[in-house]
Design a protein around this ligand. Structure first.
Ligand code: NPW
Ligand code: ADP
Length: 494
């Protein structure tokens, strides 16, 4: 699992480490790590010149020391000081080290044209304007200099891309767009959350000797190595009931195929059994496409309600199906609530509950529970809106997107953030597959946070497998779940 710490926790971890180390040691380690990465990138690109954009804080200090090391190593190094007060506010010892090593110093406020020219000449650009002390956005001088970076330069953000909210909550405004971020000790939320992930580029974590395991994570990301630990693998004593029966209330006369996709995904991901409840058309399709599924009500360990379900549908059969859906919501069993089923949520459930909206559905849900929220609002601040929905409903919320985030109702709990899928997965029916897969995991007894994030990871890996760089269809993703789970489980034996 990859863990990111909030700025507050990072500072606490750094304080604890600093208490054991000589003054300035952490910054030296950070600078050495940064210089080593920059040296490797220069070598890969046959580059000779480095330019360092330097702000007023310790992030600028790291960058100045690294520029000194790179200068010592023989690279042509320029440092551009951004603060209005010029030399006065940058890290004094770092500046001395860079100058002693022979780096050329340009004070942007005194020589704006020289600063632009220096920036344009860098084969590698170090963004040391701000790190974890930064507020979102770039000031005009910084923005102008960032614009001057050559298109083919390799931009390395120091610790956190300047312009981002390091905690990854505020929407990204004007920010540096890095090819790579070299971060110190532990990832920060901006590296893993939608607001900052794109601008962060490749993430390289440099060990500077700070202990972070004891500190709570703000953001977590499951990796392939986590699958074997979390996946419900049956043992000799299991039978189909003990492995978990999933009741699926999905599909209707309008969106009949959603039922096939969700039920297929549940069966392909190894559910003990599916009991399917639908109207005549999807019942016929499910019987034909998934002979393993049992049609009709019965005892289940968890429910999936919603894919392709029309909560406004009328007529005897649709009403009977909606009645089962409402009973599932009112039950004390774990529940995945997706798509049309989200409209049926009227009160807080006590049992484990996973809501799986996309941005539009989350906006609709929040608007039903409080003031109007638009899809654009959710897309601008996904974590805040998912958290709000989780707090208001008492459920775990899985907000789908290119980065999918999963948050539980405890506001202090971590955000799970997954980016495993190719953009080809943005296709109709993909969400129905995810819902079926999440249902399998909930029926097997996983809690909603693990079920949601593990399902998202496996769904994304399966999509990647069937894509191979080309289009995917949702049914193929569902059918790829079996080999995908098998291969991910095999990693543990390898
Ligand atoms: N702590 C440690 O032990 C270690 C820390 N390390 C390093 O320290 C970094 C944190 O350093 P930090 O705390 O000095 O904050 P930092 O990110 O340099 O920014 C603060 C300055 O930025 C300014 N500023 C803010 N927003 C701005 C904006 N949008 N645009 C422009 N300026 C803006 C603000 O100035 P003001 O607004 O007052 O003018 C303030 O002075 C961390 O990321 C890591 O690299 C490593 O050495 C390892 C050990
Ligand atoms: N740009 C993207 N990159 C990767 N995955 C994406 C992207 N956009 C959407 N997805 C994923 O595709 C699926 C789409 O789900 P959803 O919108 O509910 O589709 P449907 O309702 O048609 O089944 C979700 O799992 C989502 O995370």
């Amino acid at each position: 699992m990859i863990r990111a710490l909030s700025v507050t926790e990072v500072r606490a971890a750094e304080r604890a480490a600093m208490a054991q180390l000589p003054e300035g040691e952490l910054m030296q380690r950070a600078a050495e790590g940064l210089a080593a990465v920059a040296t490797a990138r220069l070598a890969e690109r046959d580059g000779r010149s480095v330019v360092a954009l330097v702000g007023a804080g310790d992030n600028g200090g790291d960058t100045l020391y690294a520029a000194g090391l790179l200068s010592d190593a023989g690279f042509a190094c320029a440092v551009v000081l951004l603060p209005d007060s010029g030399r006065a506010r940058v890290h004094p010892a770092g500046l001395r080290a860079a100058e002693l090593a022979g780096a050329a110093v340009v004070v942007a406020v005194d020589d704006p044209a020289g600063a632009v020219q220096a920036v344009a000449e860098g084969d590698v650009v170090l963004d040391g304007i701000v790190g974890i002390g930064g507020r979102p956005g770039l000031r005009p001088r910084a923005a102008e200099l960032v614009d001057a970076i050559a298109d083919d330069a390799w931009v390395i953000a120091v610790d956190v891309v300047s312009g981002l909210d390091p905690d990854g909550l505020d929407p990204d405004g004007d920010a540096v767009w890095a090819d790579e971020t070299v971060t110190f000790g532990v990832p920060k939320p901006a590296h893993l959350l939608p607001a900052g992930e794109g601008a962060t580029g490749r993430l390289t974590v440099v060990d500077i000797g700070i202990e972070t395991d004891e500190f709570p994570a703000a953001v977590e990301r499951l990796t392939h190595d986590d699958v074997a630990e979390l996946w419900p693998v049956p043992g000799p004593g299991d039978d189909k009931y003990s492995r978990g029966v999933l009741g699926v209330v999905a599909g209707g006369e309008t969106y009949a195929g959603a039922a096939v996709l969700a039920v297929t995904a549940a069966v392909e991901s190894g559910v003990g059994m599916v009991r399917y409840v639908g109207t005549p058309t999807p019942v016929g399709l499910v019987r034909h496409a998934v002979p393993e599924a049992v049609v009709g009500e019965g005892r289940v360990q968890a429910w999936l309600v919603g894919p392709g379900l029309d909560p406004q549908a009328t007529g005897a059969e649709a009403s009977a199906q909606l009645q089962v859906a409402r009973e599932a919501l009112a039950s004390d069993l774990p529940l995945v609530l997706d798509a049309g089923g989200l409209d049926l949520l009227t009160e807080t459930r006590e049992a484990p509950t996973l809501l799986t909206p996309h941005a539009g559905e989350l906006a609709r849900l929040l608007s039903r529970l409080g003031p109007t929220v638009t899809r654009a609002d959710v897309e601008r601040e996904p974590v805040r809106h998912a958290r709000r929905a989780a707090e208001q409903t008492g459920a775990t919320v899985l907000l789908k997107g290119s980065t999918t985030i999963v948050v539980g109702p405890d506001p202090g709990g971590p955000v799970r953030s997954q980016t495993d899928a190719p953009a080809w997965l943005a296709t109709a029916g993909a969400g129905d597959v995810l819902a079926g897969l999440a249902g399998t995991l909930l029926a097997a007894g996983l809690d909603p946070l693990d079920a949601g994030s593990l399902a998202t990871l496996v769904h994304g890996v399966a999509a990647d497998r069937v894509s191979g760089g080309g289009p995917v269809r949702a049914l193929a993703v569902a059918q790829a779940l079996r080999p995908t789970v098998r291969d991910l489980l095999r990693r543990a034996d390898a």
